[in-house]
Design a protein around this ligand. Structure first.
Ligand code: TYD
Ligand code: MG
Length: 460
């Protein structure tokens, strides 16, 4: 069969393929995300298909679940406590890990720090973005070049795979998926077809050889670059860099993990010598000031398995325009609007004529409802210019009728707050708490009016 080029359209958000352009992707519902690409059918695609089946591999047949031998997966420590924990106790052999994030956030730095931190780990670091000299300079900046790391400047996937099979490293890093290309696909590097082909080839390599691979992928703020989003279902683990490029803190979140729990969080600080692990994230997220400032409340959060405390800052001022402004950094603005509506309707606070700004400390994005109580308290504190003492913290979800609802693992959060020296914590009166630590007063509140009574009376 002769090879034939065919134009297809891909959604750059979810990767859905379509024979024609559409304004809205039928799978994910996003508008204006279809991009044109060429796909080759027939002969030219044959090598890629053949690669799916390793040469000489026996034909497989279905196996009864009962007869499958189970052995715990082999894990390798990466010599980086935060990253090991994020992966569920080290990287699993033969896994493909996607490390995504905006350009300049620290993906290459983190990946290069791994082999430098483990001098015995035989690593193949494939760079398609930087020259060998640049990598060497970076290595020297972040702690020398004493490692068993081989830098390979190459962008052709077939060459990379051949080299990996020859060298059999214990870890492989590919920086980045957007710069790699395969000769089997007739489109430019960075296109959806190339990215998918590259990821699929590397996945086969990982599964056949057992080499764990860290694949770096860029995403832009607008998500305009085709990339990581469409790879999420192909890879085993998705780690995502978050945080403000201009600030020094960086967060790595696990979004998907076939070998461990998700919603784990690793915290780093970008220093002049690379990324420093922050084992106790509360150190950066809670107030540095002693006397209470108005508009500040501390929330006892839980991210994955680890409790930590974060400062919520709010500013409430008279609206400058007829339509008040609501803006939130690190928090869902719709949820903020909902909480303000609850305060207005259920507790009679007239916030409809106020501008409300909300900010989570440290550039963290909070999605957990357990933060609601602290948000409400910070807003009230700013509205009445009434400081909340800095040794008080909050945990609880606020419901639509103004009730304070309990959240998961409240007792662990209380324990963490006590450990960090907090003297008082507000929780839902519906929480069941056992074995409370000494030294912290647990105040149970059932609704917003009860919270206000307790907060304002105690501070009078
Ligand atoms: P980089 O790892 O190149 O980002 P990515 O691979 O995600 O695009 O990170 C580059 C940024 O980090 C750059 O702005 C400089 C900064 N940086 C430091 O602050 N200290 C360091 O030791 C290094 C290596 C980088
Ligand atoms: Mg980079």
């Amino acid at each position: 069969m002769a090879s034939k080029e065919k134009t297809v359209w891909f959604c750059k958000n979810c990767g859905t393929e379509s024979p024609k352009w559409m304004g809205r992707c039928p799978a994910c519902g996003e508008w204006n995300t279809m991009v044109e690409s060429t796909s080759v059918t027939g002969k030219a695609q044959a090598p890629s298909r053949a690669a799916a089946q390793a040469p000489g591999a026996p034909r497989r047949s279905p196996e009864n679940l009962r007869n499958i031998n189970f052995a715990a997966e082999n894990r390798r420590s990466l010599g980086n406590g935060e990253l090991d924990r994020l992966l569920g106790g080290g990287i699993v052999e033969g896994s493909l890990v996607l490390l995504g994030g905006e350009p300049g956030i620290g993906k290459s730095t983190l990946s290069l720090q791994i082999p430098l931190g483990c001098p015995n780990l035989k690593t193949l670091y494939v760079t398609g973005e930087e020259s060998l000299r640049q990598v060497k300079m970076r290595a020297q900046r972040i702690g020398g070049d004493d490692s068993n790391c081989y830098i390979y400047s190459e962008t052709l996937v077939e060459n990379i795979i051949a080299e990996a099979r020859r060298m059999m490293p214990e870890l492989m890093v590919v920086d980045s998926v957007q710069t790699m290309f395969s000769e089997n696909v007739d489109s430019s590097p960075g296109s959806v077809t190339q990215i998918k082909e590259t990821a699929a080839s590397l996945l086969r390599l990982a599964k056949e050889t057992g080499i764990p691979i860290i694949l770096i992928g860029h995403i832009t703020k607008e998500g305009t670059l085709a990339g990581p989003k469409i790879l999420e279902h192909i890879v085993d683990v998705v780690l995502q860099f978050e945080g403000d490029n201009s600030g020094s803190y960086r967060l790595v979140r696990s979004i998907k993990n076939r070998f461990g729990s998700t919603s784990e969080l690793a915290v780093y600080e970008m220093t002049g010598k690379g990324l420093r692990e922050v084992a106790n994230p509360s150190e950066m997220l809670i107030p540095m000031h002693d006397q209470g400032l108005s508009g500040v409340a501390v929330a006892a959060m839980l991210d994955g398995a680890r409790p930590f405390l974060i400062e919520v800052q709010s500013l409430v001022s008279s609206a400058a325009y007829p339509t008040p402004q609501r803006s939130a950094t690190g928090f869902d603005v719709r949820r903020l609007n909902m909480l303000l509506a609850v305060l207005e309707k259920r507790a009679g606070f007239r916030l409809g004529v106020k501008d409300v700004f909300l900010n989570m400390a440290g550039g963290l994005r909070v999605t957990e409802p357990g933060c609601d109580l602290a948000v409400v308290s910070a807003v009230l504190s700013s509205n009445f210019d009434f400081p909340i003492p800095s040794d008080v913290c909050f945990v609880g979800e606020v419901g639509l009728s103004g009730e304070i609802r309990p959240v998961a693992q409240t007792d662990r959060r209380v324990t963490e707050a006590a450990r960090l020296g907090f003297r008082k914590i507000y929780v839902s009166s519906y929480s069941s708490l056992e074995n409370m630590p000494k030294g912290i007063e647990v105040v149970k509140v059932s609704d917003i009016p009860a919270l206000c009574r307790s907060l304002f009376r105690n501070n009078d």
